[in-house]
Ligand binder design. Structure first.
Ligand SMILES: Cc1ncc(COP(=O)(O)O)c(C=O)c1O
Length: 468
């Protein structure tokens, strides 16, 4: 196959062309790492191949998408060797750092020994990882089922809840995102992500517990129970009075870093259990210490779910996801054969176990708390200076900034969010964007970022907000 290769001279030319068009950006913190000289297909060749051979449905960030060819810890490099601070971690997936040396070594060692065999044979990697993961969860949630993606984990959780309870109806929240497979798309409640295709049978969406946009704000100490009352209402009016499950992200991610008021999940769980249902926490974005205060997002609400789904950060980029539950729920899947070819793959499990070890050894949950707090202080200072910032929120390194045209009306400032998003990229900072109106900047970097990175990030935002 012919490969259009880029010479080192082309690389340098392209790099200077990029820099010459930009005002001088703030300096990224020093980082002792030299990316390889990229000699693969050129940017244009890759663009053309994508356009010609890949689905047009692929989403790309930025008016002029960037090509990322290398990563190390919290940084990414494009084909010209330009370094970026990764403020979104491959959509909240890089937990311990790009190509973390220990995780990579464990993956490569396993790859060179046995890549695949499936769970029809014993293998130590899945057993050891299952044990290590269960030890991180509340005692009740002692059984793990490995799959490959968050959508798959949520599909399985839907099925488990229906089999276990004998009920069909499920309550999820408006503004949630739980995946793009037909079943998990049914849970998802954003028209942007829902195709005109049957997918939501038996799924009902309660009013979102959003203290910024909803009727009950942070100043209302009863907000949690008031929002939860809608679940009771929904169960009484839209279901036979019995449900299979209540599903919620512990902090809504794609929906724009929506943090529920205290007491919300406690009340929601009590209502669900009284209607015969189980409670499912989607920890795909919030798990593994990212929220700083706790290892799992649900812990900040003082609840213990019956089923926990996880993906993304669990594997630091390995295609790995899991469902954790109680033995009496898990046992139902033994009534038939439920098989998953790649679930529990030795390479993914070796990497997943290494991720757990790194989180402990490098105190990354603590780093999320410390650096996340420092980041939030920076956001608050930006909010004091830039009236377009309507709200800053989050926990640890799961954060968001919501932009509004006027604080009093909360009219979403989506165009401005896009402008900050683009300008940040020009200055070397990659972030995410979300929220129902597309007006929330999402900052969820690898959990290893430093205070120096935060100083840089705040400086970039300050410039971008000042330019609006
Ligand atoms: C909270 C949450 N749940 C589930 C998913 C689906 O995960 P996947 O894309 O791995 O199927 C996502 C993906 O963004 C997510 O954010």
């Amino acid at each position: 196959m012919r490969r259009d290769s880029m010479s080192a001279v082309d690389n340098v030319n392209r790099r200077s062309a990029v820099f010459n068009t930009l005002p001088k950006p703030p300096e990224l913190p020093a980082f002792d790492y030299q990316p390889k000289v990229y000699d693969g297909p050129s940017y244009d060749a890759v663009r053309q191949m994508r356009q010609r051979y890949l689905t047009p449905a692929l989403l790309t960030f930025y008016k002029n998408p960037i090509m990322i060819v290398e990563g190390s810890m919290q940084y990414l490099f494009d084909e010209t060797g330009r370094r970026y601070l990764d403020g979104i971690g491959g959509i909240v997936t890089i937990s311990v750092g790009h190509c973390h040396p220990y995780v990579t070594r464990k993956g490569v060692e396993q790859l060179q020994t046995l890549q695949h065999a499936t769970t029809i044979y014993y293998h130590p990697a899945i057993a050891e990882f299952g044990k290590a993961l269960a030890e991180k969860l509340p005692d009740e949630l002692s059984v793990i089922y490995f799959v490959n993606s968050g959508s798959e984990a949520n599909d399985l959780a839907i099925m488990m809840s229906r089999l276990y309870t004998g009920n069909y109806d499920i309550v999820a929240l408006r503004n949630c995102y739980h995946g793009g497979s037909p079943a998990s798309m049914g849970l998802t409640a954003h028209s942007t992500w829902k195709f005109n295709y049957p997918h939501s049978f038996g799924i009902h969406h309660a009013v979102n517990a959003d203290p910024y946009r909803g009727p009950y704000g942070w100043d209302d100490p009863e907000a949690g129970t008031k929002y939860a009352a809608d679940i009771q209402n929904l169960i009484e009016h839209a279901t036979p009075g019995q449900v299979a499950a209540f599903f919620a992200e512990s902090i809504q991610g794609v929906g724009g870093t929506v943090v529920f008021p205290d007491g919300y999940l406690k009340a929601a769980y009590a209502i669900t259990r009284a209607a015969g249902g189980v409670c499912i926490a989607d920890e795909v974005q919030t798990g593994f210490g990212r929220t700083g205060e706790h290892y799992w997002g649900f812990q900040s609400q003082g609840v213990v779910p019956d089923i926990v789904t996880m993906a993304k950060g669990i594997g630091n980029g390995a295609p790995l996801a899991a469902v954790a539950t109680r033995p009496e729920i898990a046992t139902l899947l033994s009534e038939r054969t439920h098989f998953n070819t790649f679930g529990g793959n030795p390479v993914s499990c070796a990497m997943g176990k290494a991720v757990l070890e790194v989180i402990e050894r490098e105190h990354l949950q603590q780093n999320c708390l410390d650096v996340g707090g420092y980041l939030m202080d920076g956001f608050r200072k930006l909010m004091d200076k830039h009236p377009i910032i309507g709200d800053v929120r989050g926990k640890g390194l799961m954060t968001g900034i919501e932009l509004v045209k006027k604080r009093a009306t909360k009219e979403p400032a989506a165009k401005e969010a896009m402008q900050v998003f683009e300008r940040s990229k020009d200055m070397g900072l990659l972030i995410g964007k979300g929220g129902f109106f597309g007006n929330v900047l999402r900052i969820k970097p690898p959990m290893c970022i430093t205070r120096a990175d935060v100083d840089y990030l705040i400086e970039v935002f300050d410039i971008a907000f000042t330019e609006l």
